[in-house]
Design a protein around this ligand. Structure first.
Ligand SMILES: Cc1ncc(COP(=O)(O)O)c(C=O)c1O
Length: 353
């Protein structure tokens, strides 16, 4: 055993890191495995400030997020992607002997971040129709300090109803922060709960610029919550989390023009999504296409392995979820550009199971 292995914390020794799309698969010419946007947009950069540390929380950026989300400036914390917000929430709120609660199948980083911090994860699986099992959540609520709920949910594409979110906020009132992951909210904007911050002191909402805003490459996300939660998280976040280039680019993306461009790109993505959904429904080797409130589509096929490999051979990368709870035979496709959809569908239509 190397010295490093001997010295590594016990909870890290057995940790299996998140198999992100970029880390687990390389190559390929068409990337439909990370729910990214197919659009690469152009930005202006002012390099005259790069010799200086950036602001702790760049004021223009915080104002832009607040305007966009319809909240106050003191209800926003900018972070390096929503992934950093997940870890900050855990590090801010969970004591060593406390737990987070998650409802799988859902985004994998909640449990991995908790494990990294040596915090236990209580898993309460979704119901077969992908709604929350609130009775089970109640049964297991002891010791839970933080609940993660993803809506639209990655990887199922399903939504959690407002009624259920309210029930969870009530259930954990005075006990736990309920973090609603709205990474894909632009694809179902009417379902946001950002307007509830003043009603629920235990509500936090995580957002990202990585999806609809097409900025996965700059690592930029934000949390919305009441000012007390934001102040607590601000104690834990590193001193200069948002670099100047990131702040500049995100501000441009959140300008009126930037938001209009995002919306027009979103319409194009939605048009391709409708095309893919229709085409998949017509393929006889696919027995279920799950309805999606997001920019990805989950479907089930007995031929998952052969199809997955056939697509890789054609340079098209999608994501295999078939080993996860409730996701037998499931593959997920991120919706790409028209040309990417053409290529995807021509391979899938020619595929023989
Ligand atoms: C549900 C969900 N939350 C958070 C993230 C992380 O987002 P970010 O790129 O802002 O770290 C992702 C990324 O795929 C996601 O799917």
């Amino acid at each position: 055993m190397s010295l490093a292995e001997q010295l590594t914390r016990n909870n890290i020794k057995g940790l299996v890191p998140y198999a992100s799309a970029r880390r687990s698969m390389s190559g390929g010419r068409i990337w439909l495995n990370a729910n990214e946007s197919p659009f690469a947009n152009e930005y202006q950069l002012d390099s005259s400030v790069l010799n200086r540390y950036p602001d702790f929380q760049p004021p223009e950026l915080i104002q832009a997020y607040a305007n966009y989300a319809g909240v106050e400036k003191n209800q926003v914390l900018a972070s390096r992607g929503a992934d950093e917000a997940i870890e900050l929430l855990i590090r801010t709120f969970c004591e060593d002997d406390e737990s987070i609660m998650i409802c799988p199948p859902t985004y994998g980083m909640y449990a991995i971040s908790a494990e990294t911090c040596n915090i236990n994860t209580k898993k309460v699986p979704l119901n077969p129709d992908f709604t929350l099992n609130i009775a089970e959540m109640e049964k297991h609520k002891a010791g839970v300090k933080l609940v993660f709920i993803c809506t639209p949910n990655n990887p199922t594409g399903s939504l959690v109803s407002h009624e259920q979110i309210k029930a969870v906020l009530e259930l954990f009132k005075d006990q736990a922060v309920v973090a609603i992951d709205e990474a894909y909210i632009e694809f179902s904007p009417e379902t946001t709960v950002a307007g509830w911050l003043n009603d629920y002191p235990n509500l936090a909402v995580m957002r990202t610029m990585s999806k609809a805003f097409a900025l996965a490459g700059i690592r930029c996300g934000y949390t919305l919550a009441n000012q007390h939660i934001i102040e607590a998280m601000s104690k834990v976040i590193p001193p200069y989390p948002i670099s100047w280039p990131v702040a500049q680019i995100a501000c441009q993306a959140l300008s009126a023009d930037g938001i209009a461009r995002m919306q027009s790109q979103l319409e194009q993505i939605n048009a391709q999504k409708v095309r893919i959904e229709k085409a998949l429904t017509e393929l006889d080797y696919i027995y279920e296409v799950l309805p999606s409130a997001s920019n990805f589509i989950m479907f089930r096929t007995e031929a998952k392995k052969a199809l997955f490999e056939c697509l890789i051979a054609e340079g098209i990368l999608i994501r295999d979820y078939s080993s996860q709870i409730m996701l037998d035979n499931s593959l997920r496709i991120s919706v790409g550009s028209q040309a990417e959809t053409d290529a995807l569908l021509s391979v899938m239509q020619a595929f023989k199971a």
